[in-house]
Design a binder for this molecule. Structure first.
Ligand SMILES: [Zn+2]
Length: 254
């Protein structure tokens, strides 16, 4: 029986109003984050928690929405990183078995295990991978090595394409990264890092990220001039940027 105990139905007003729970949203690091706010008379400071239930804010009864949002913005990078970590933890583990789907340049391929251990290649809609001595771990390593090589070759080619258009000299070094929260970065020393997971995306999204980072070789900021430069390479960059923000998390699966 779920009946409340006598007395719980008749709390003094002070206790009845001790807590209030609400939902709110805020754009953080380019994504719309929704969160729970629990206001309490007992709480003295605003607190932030991210766990499997998402983002939760604890706040004093009279804390203003502005103060809450200010704190969330201050810790935006941390909040988004934690949310993404939980999201990744929730994604099903890979087993590296026959038929498992993999994405490459926006297309789906099925993993196909073959006896010859040295094989990793595309064949129609299948990615043939040699069965490794060390089982799933070995298959995973083969696939990752192969995907990384594909990614580096593709990114170098796209960087070179946009670098020529902008007449940037000398050519930047291109490296792969595996950050969970960042698709690309550009260093003032002229190095571009691109997340190998990008190779799973359709080319128009890869190109947006590459053009963005190459434009940083000229403009190390996000000024209007920077966006004009990006627009000169990718006129519909705003739509691609939006699509990346909306769908990007799907490509964090491996
Ligand atoms: Zn940027």
């Amino acid at each position: 029986m779920n009946r409340a105990k006598p007395g719980q139905l008749d709390l003094p007003l002070r206790f009845r109003q001790e807590q209030a729970i609400g939902r709110a949203h805020l754009a953080l690091e380019g994504r719309l984050v929704s969160y729970t706010i629990k206001r309490s008379l007992r709480r003295r400071a605003i607190s932030i928690l991210v766990d499997e239930e998402g983002l939760r804010v604890g706040a004093p009864w009279d804390a203003t929405q502005t103060a809450i949002e200010r704190l969330l913005r201050k810790h935006a990078e941390w909040v988004v990183r934690k949310l993404e970590e939980w999201q990744v933890r929730r994604t099903p583990a890979r087993h590296w078995i026959d038929g498992e789907p993999l994405m490459l340049l926006g297309e789906s391929f099925a993993l196909k295990l073959v006896p010859d251990a040295s094989v990793v290649r595309l064949h129609g809609a299948e990615l043939l991978v040699g069965i490794a001595e060390c089982g799933a771990v070995g298959v995973s390593r083969h696939v990752h090595e192969w995907v990384h090589a594909q990614a580096l070759a593709c990114f170098k080619e796209r960087v070179e394409h946009y670098r020529r258009l902008l007449r940037v000299h000398p050519a930047p070094e291109v490296h792969l990264s595996s950050a969970r929260t960042r698709w690309g970065s550009c260093h003032s020393s002229g190095r571009i890092h691109l997340n190998w997971r990008l190779i799973q995306m359709p080319v128009h999204l890869i190109d947006y990220v590459v053009a963005h980072e190459v434009a940083h070789l000229l403009e190390m900021n996000h000024s209007q001039r920077f966006w004009r430069t990006v627009g000169s390479l990718v006129p519909d960059y705003a739509a691609r940027r939006k699509a990346l923000r909306r769908d990007g998390h799907q490509y964090l699966l491996i």
